[in-house]
Design a protein around this ligand. Structure first.
Ligand code: FAD
Ligand code: SF4
Length: 399
């Protein structure tokens, strides 16, 4: 490489840990600014420059068809399905499809490394991004670290290592910034395995959530907001605790979610090749969205290890979403007996499958639209993508 084509970003300096980031309080700590790729932050940061259409076209060959109801909600895709591993990985968030795909890709030589996030020795919920080079290192990253995680902080290391084929596992804001700098990474092939993500928190915010919601915050090893309208906590002794969504102390928890997550419209990780979540699948199953041919290739590696079934939709979410908008806004918290009763009723008659996923997307997009409108009015028009405007436009919102 001559001095003429020496990439300009290498001259940039990573920002100091703890210093204010260009996205200010909206920063999701994705890690880009911890590297010399900070050079691209103004165009790459998901909270400074919303560019779904361009990046969808770059990643999938086209942007989403807004007139197709499934693409409007779930983004560009070739197919969706429900799946679960026939032999789940113990300690994985669900059945471990994400870790299994990553291990297969590494073992079959498709990639030389996998960007994923382990936890520190001292704290099971403190994220520690790594480039895994063995199956053991990938397995050590299984289970969600339900906190903002600087996954892209390893980007400089990738370039220095000389790796040419890489898998990155990450959530929407990390993947938006990654796609924006993809061409600068010097890779021959980048694979992106995404998970949906919503309502993430700082490590301190997580503690507040656990302290206000669980009976034993210090023994929680895992939690998930599940399709049965309950939060499921797993404890160190293997016991499970469930708390109905409607019993959450909304008034105390209103400020717990990170401002980045309150202004995010990429719940479904639109730019990943393959997305593995749960919310469009029946209880106990994972939800798979294959966005392009690369995603298809990745899923095919684990076909023998999973059972699948078609996705379905049941119920009608719209009334429940409309009613929840003012309730959330006013921080209404039901007494636990009423919350439990409501949980039982809504589980019986409430939305299921893809309709549950749409319920969750509608509830979060309307809340987030109001948040941006009230706190960042000048950003509203450019920051909210067209698909989100259409989704939010179905509901009557307070001022
Ligand atoms: P595992 O095999 O256990 O692997 C989990 C992978 O997640 C690991 O490779 C690890 O590197 C990665 N990871 C862990 N924490 C983070 C983090 N903070 N940032 C980036 N990557 C991380 N799915 C839904 O359908 N709806 C949701 O609302 C939803 N919210 C989520 C919120 C967060 C913060 C995260 C991380 C995931 C969320 N998911 C959601 C995805 C879901 O919880 C599972 O992660 C997914 O189904 C994969 O399960 P698994 O058993 O295959 O994963
Ligand atoms: Fe930088 Fe990422 Fe924060 Fe944006 S979200 S300011 S790119 S660290």
């Amino acid at each position: 490489m001559t001095s003429v084509d020496f990439p300009k970003h290498k001259k940039a300096k990573a920002l100091k840990p703890g210093s204010r980031r260009p996205a200010k309080e909206l920063c999701s700590e994705c890690g880009l600014c911890d590297t010399y790729y900070v050079h691209y932050v103004k165009s790459a940061c998901a909270f400074i420059n919303q560019q779904f259409e361009e990046l969808e076209t770059q990643s999938h060959g086209r942007d989403r068809n807004l007139d197709n109801p499934d693409e409007l909600y779930f983004g560009v895709h070739q197919e969706m399905m429900a799946a679960r591993k026939t032999e789940p990985i113990p300690g994985a968030q669900w059945t471990g499809i994400v870790s299994t795909i990553a291990i297969e890709m590494l073992n079959r030589g498709l990639v030389e490394g996998v960007v994923c996030v382990q936890n520190t020795k001292e704290d099971r919920f403190q994220p520690m991004p790594v480039i895994a080079r063995t199956s053991e290192e990938i397995l050590a990253a299984r289970v969600n670290k339900p906190t903002l995680s600087p996954n892209l902080s390893v980007l400089e290391e990738i370039e220095k290592s000389g790796m040419k084929r890489l898998l990155v596992i990450g959530v929407g804001c990390q993947i938006q910034a990654l796609r924006a700098v993809e061409k600068q990474l010097g890779l021959e092939k980048l694979y992106v395995l995404g998970t949906p993500c919503v309502d993430n928190v700082t490590r301190a915010g997580l503690q507040k959530f656990l302290d206000t919601t669980s009976r034993s915050p210090e023994t929680v090893v895992y939690y998930e907001f599940m399709q049965d309208f309950r939060v499921h906590f797993k404890h160190e002794d293997g016991s499970t605790e469930t708390v109905p969504f409607f019993g959450l102390k909304t008034n105390q928890l209103k400020d717990v979610f990170a401002p980045s997550c309150m202004s995010c419209f990429d719940y479904v990780n639109s730019l990943a090749d393959l997305v593995v979540g749960y919310m469009g699948a029946p209880f106990g199953w994972q939800w798979i969205v294959v966005r392009n041919d690369t995603g298809k290739e990745m899923l095919s590696l684990v076909q023998e290890q999973i059972q699948t079934q078609p996705v379905f939709a049941k119920g009608d979410r719209k009334q429940a979403v409309q009613q929840s908008i003012p309730a959330y806004d006013k921080g209404v918290t039901l007494p636990m007996w009423a919350a439990k009763l409501m949980g039982v009723v809504i589980e019986k008659i409430g939305p299921k499958g893809l309709e549950y996923a749409r319920f969750s997307i509608d509830s979060h997009f309307t809340r987030n639209y109001l948040y941006v409108k009230r706190n960042y009015a000048k950003k509203l028009e450019a920051h909210v993508p067209e698909f989100a405007k259409r989704i939010v436009g179905q509901y009557k919102l307070p001022d």
